[in-house]
Design a protein around this ligand. Structure first.
Ligand code: GUN
Length: 294
């Protein structure tokens, strides 16, 4: 059996079409144009390409988008001042500081400085707290994208054994929290594995749904999963460079082998990645609505 491919590209396209209509309506009926600023510190090539993709998508949807690129030596103080400037800028509804930041900058301090009502990444402690409590808030974009993919692909999560690999603040911890809640793509039984997990394979073999977010290319192999598993692969690992100079990407899951056992699987690229960007746009539109009492 070869797995159904859950296409993030296609799902993201459908949601973007919905958003495009919503953005046009906001402009026409309320004269509101959602505004996003992305702030990148340094020249990490992966971060550069993510930020460029976010801005390109925003423009395509009619969202006002500003990109600020700062020198790698920028001080924490200067970055905090810039965040404050955008907190006070009425044209900007969403502020995204691309992570990771250079080591001399305290990431927590910068995320804390973002106005929670403009925190379209959902990383501010206020939004994280509300998310854990199941209250209305900005959901972090990658976990939000995973929930949408599971829902729109018709994957049953209620009562399912979900094994998440990776305990990051951006993916592992929030998706674990969200999928145990009483909500769409929720009500699951969660196991969260990490580098100190004793027998990862034993957990993976039990899983009805695997969510891999570790950042190690092809780490999860076909002999570690059961027949009929659903696999969401969050990994984006650069494993080489093509003749045309483009990065060759691989997920955390050995796609070619695992797809022969799985019921459904997301590809890399074209899986979770496009969904993350799309949910950022959704959050930005939501922020603009809230800022204008709509
Ligand atoms: N770095 C990797 N993923 C993300 C993300 O979703 N948001 C931000 N701000 N930085 C990231």
């Amino acid at each position: 059996m070869s797995a159904k491919i859950i296409s993030g590209t296609e799902t993201a396209k459908a949601i973007r079409e919905e958003l495009k209509v919503e953005v046009a309506e906001l402009k026409e009926k309320h004269d509101v144009v959602p505004g996003l600023v992305t702030i990148l510190v340094g020249e990490d090539p992966a971060s550069q390409s993510y930020v460029a993709a976010k801005n390109k998508t925003a423009h395509a949807l009619g969202i006002h988008s500003e990109q600020v690129t700062l020198d790698v030596d920028t001080s924490e103080e200067d970055l905090l001042a810039l965040v404050k400037k955008y907190n006070d800028d009425a044209q900007i509804n969403g502020i995204l500081v691309q992570l990771p930041l250079p080591k001399h900058i305290n990431e927590g301090k910068v995320l804390d400085a973002i106005d929670p009502t403009k925190d379209v990444d959902g990383f501010h402690p206020v939004n994280v707290g509300k998310m854990v409590l199941g209250e209305q808030c900005f959901l972090p974009c990658t976990p939000h994208g995973i929930l949408e993919l599971l829902t729109r692909a018709g994957v049953e999560t209620s009562g399912a054994e979900v094994v998440i690999v990776g305990r990051s603040n951006i993916v592992g911890k929030p998706i674990a929290n969200l999928m145990l809640q009483k909500r769409d793509a929720g009500n699951a039984t969660i196991t969260l594995c990490h580098t100190r997990t004793k027998d990862m394979t034993a957990h993976l073999k039990r899983a009805d749904i695997i969510i891999a977010a570790v950042g190690v290319a092809n780490m999860i192999t076909a002999d570690q999963v059961k027949d009929g598993v659903v696999v969401i692969d969050v990994g984006v690992n650069r494993v080489g460079v093509s003749k045309t100079g483009k990065a060759i990407l691989a997920g955390d899951v050995d796609f070619d082998a695992v797809k022969e056992k799985a019921a459904a699987i997301t590809p890399v690229p074209g899986g979770v990645g496009p969904m993350t960007i799309t949910m950022l746009m959704k959050n930005t539109v939501q922020a603009a609505r809230q800022a204008n009492g709509l």
